[in-house]
Design a protein around this ligand. Structure first.
Ligand SMILES: Cc1cc2nc3c(=O)[nH]c(=O)nc-3n(C[C@H](O)[C@H](O)[C@H](O)COP(=O)(O)OP(=O)(O)OC[C@H]3O[C@@H](n4cnc5c(N)ncnc54)[C@H](O)[C@@H]3O)c2cc1C
Length: 158
């Protein structure tokens, strides 16, 4: 079973509280929104923050606003909301369709727009357990001294 590393936890309710929490430990903090990418990465020891700031409860960031100057989307709008929102579907059908095609319903219900845009690297050699990565001598992106890349027939050091 993969476990989470130890970290401190903050759960701000406003943008102001979020900014305060983020400035607490610069460089040692991880933002978590829906957690669909960040939580597995924590379990894989790809992130080892001292502080995790869960912004999922910051209501100010959960909005779809149809304004005169355009459509305003909050970072915490979920992919499911984007996919079904009538204004997004009417004015930005490609966006609604793309959001509706991501993964499955559970991930779209939890995954946010901000998390999708700020997603960490996704790579065969990176998104693996610590044990798996240690067998290859790690990758430059985390813990290693050289990067891995995949060619059609083989895997080799970049
Ligand atoms: C099985 C699977 C299939 C997927 N398929 C697709 C696909 O087909 N197409 C596609 O585009 N995506 C795909 N994804 C990615 C998916 O869209 C993202 O996992 C999801 O949108 C991330 O949102 P989240 O709120 O869960 O982010 P989290 O996991 O909470 O965070 C992801 C990253 O973004 C950062 N972050 C989150 N919110 C903010 C913010 N407001 N400000 C600054 N940084 C922030 C976090 O620190 C973290 O590094 C897939 C994911 C999975 C697990």
């Amino acid at each position: 079973m993969l476990t989470l590393p130890s970290f401190e936890w903050a759960r701000p309710r406003t943008v102001e509280e979020t900014l305060a929490a983020l400035s607490d430990r610069p460089g040692e903090t991880l933002v978590v929104a829906g957690g669909t990418d960040a939580v597995p990465n924590l379990k894989h020891r790809l992130h080892e923050p001292r502080l995790v700031v869960h912004i999922g409860g910051v209501r100010e960031l959960q909005f779809v606003r149809d304004a005169e100057d355009g459509l305003h989307l909050g970072a915490l709008v979920t992919l499911a909301e984007l996919a079904r929102h009538p204004v997004v579907r009417r004015d930005f059908p490609s966006l609604a369709r793309a959001a509706g095609l991501v993964a499955g319903p559970q991930l779209r219900n939890m995954g946010t727009l901000g998390g999708n845009l700020c997603l960490d690297t996704r790579c065969t050699y990176y998104n693996q357990t610590y044990f798996w990565r240690s067998a290859l001598g790690y990758c430059l992106k985390k813990d290693g001294a050289a990067a891995w890349r995949r060619t059609p027939r083989t895997s080799r050091r970049c």
